[in-house]
Design a binder for this molecule. Structure first.
Ligand code: NDP
Length: 330
């Protein structure tokens, strides 16, 4: 089966030559394992961090070995109780066509209840990130004015819609193209959106949130974070989810120049990681199912076909080629 390996650690923007498509033989199944043919694999911004040889909350990818990541596939052979041939499973051995998976690190998903892509997106880690960030980290309250960056991406699009569903009075999003801006306002129910490439973020935010914001859901960092601090009202809360504007930087980016404004407005800024909020998964799954059926929440994916294009999909994600969750169909 084919798999994508990291063969060189990127410096700055990853290059196609940092990766290799190789073929490997799958081992025989041991007790408690299943053989899975992957159908969909997830490419995610955090994978850029795992390409560096630095200690973080997840171990770096090993050079010369297949990378890992979320995937949904079909069980083709099973030596694990509760896993039958034909079951769809969610597991962590993405970036390859087939995998031998320890059943205890996988879970069966019901593709009649929701389509397979949803388990990697709106109903998966992505959706939970948006929910935990808003509800627990930013302590969203009814009537809040909310700003979401990276708003047309996987996490951001859910964050904006969930904020609305939870009673935010106004939700503003930023994204990198006019098509994405139109999508946010026309299809996802954002009250306003702007293209951050059109000009100064702070000025555009001020135009759309003239009285300031109560909550900022940060996927981007950099000038977006500085603009949000500048617009924060008394008691405002910032949830630091990601800082994608700096993931390919070779030198650390300067911090927000207006950080001390948090003192004046008694604002808070809190970083968070979704694995710490698994206890909210059930509550989120229930509420998300309701919002999906009422139409308050909709999801979209950008799907790239072929394992041989998985690296292009990942590089495209970093460039903003995706609207909604970026996935690879194997
Ligand atoms: P997205 O689907 O949002 O894809 C990334 C998007 O980032 C692109 O589509 C692009 O859209 C945007 N982008 C790229 N470069 C820049 C830039 N310089 N400035 C502004 N936007 C940029 O990915 P995810 O939804 O999976 O992840 C979103 C964020 O959430 C990331 O920062 C990620 O690291 C973080 N995250 C954090 C988790 C946690 O536990 N804390 C868990 C999951 C994700 P555009 O066209 O708009 O530029």
């Amino acid at each position: 089966a084919r798999e994508v390996r990291l063969v060189a650690r990127p410096h700055g923007w990853p290059e196609p030559s940092d990766f290799e498509l190789a073929t490997s033989e799958l081992p025989e199944l041991a007790d408690g394992q299943v053989r899975v043919r992957n159908e969909l694999i997830s490419v995610d911004p955090y994978m850029r961090g795992r390409m560096n040889d630095t200690r973080s909350y997840v171990a770096p990818f090993e050079l010369g070995r297949a990378m890992e990541g979320g995937a949904v596939g079909v069980v083709e052979e099973s030596r694990a109780e509760g896993y039958a041939v034909g079951d769809h499973v969610l597991h962590q051995l993405g970036w390859r066509e087939e995998a031998v998976v320890d059943a205890e690190s996988a879970r069966v998903v019901d593709t009649d209840a929701a389509p397979a892509p949803a388990y990697l997106g709106v109903l998966g880690m992505t959706g939970l990130t948006a929910y935990a960030g808003l509800v627990r980290v930013a302590q969203l309250r009814e009537g809040d004015v909310v700003f979401v960056s990276g708003a047309a991406g996987a996490v951001g699009s859910v964050a904006g819609q969930v904020a609305k569903a939870l009673g935010a009075s106004r939700v503003i999003g930023s994204a990198g193209s006019q098509e994405k801006v139109d999508h946010l306002v026309d299809e996802l129910g954002f009250d306003a959106a702007f293209n951050y490439k059109d000009g100064d973020v702070a000025a555009q935010l001020a135009e759309h949130a003239p009285d300031g914001i109560d909550v900022y859901f940060d996927n981007v960092g950099g000038d977006h974070l500085e603009a949000a601090i500048g617009a924060l009202r008394q008691g405002g809360r910032i949830a630091i989810c990601g800082a994608i504007s700096s993931y390919n930087d070779t030198e650390p980016a300067p911090g927000p120049r207006n950080l001390a404004r948090l003192i004046q407005v008694r604002g808070t800024m809190t970083g968070f990681l979704v694995p710490d909020h698994q206890d909210l998964a059930e509550e989120f799954a229930e509420r998300a199912a309701g919002w999906l059926s009422s139409g308050q929440l909709s999801s979209r994916e950008t799907v790239v076909d072929g394992i041989e294009h998985a690296v292009d999909a990942f590089l495209g994600l970093l460039r903003g080629d995706n609207t909604g969750k970026m996935l690879v169909r194997v």
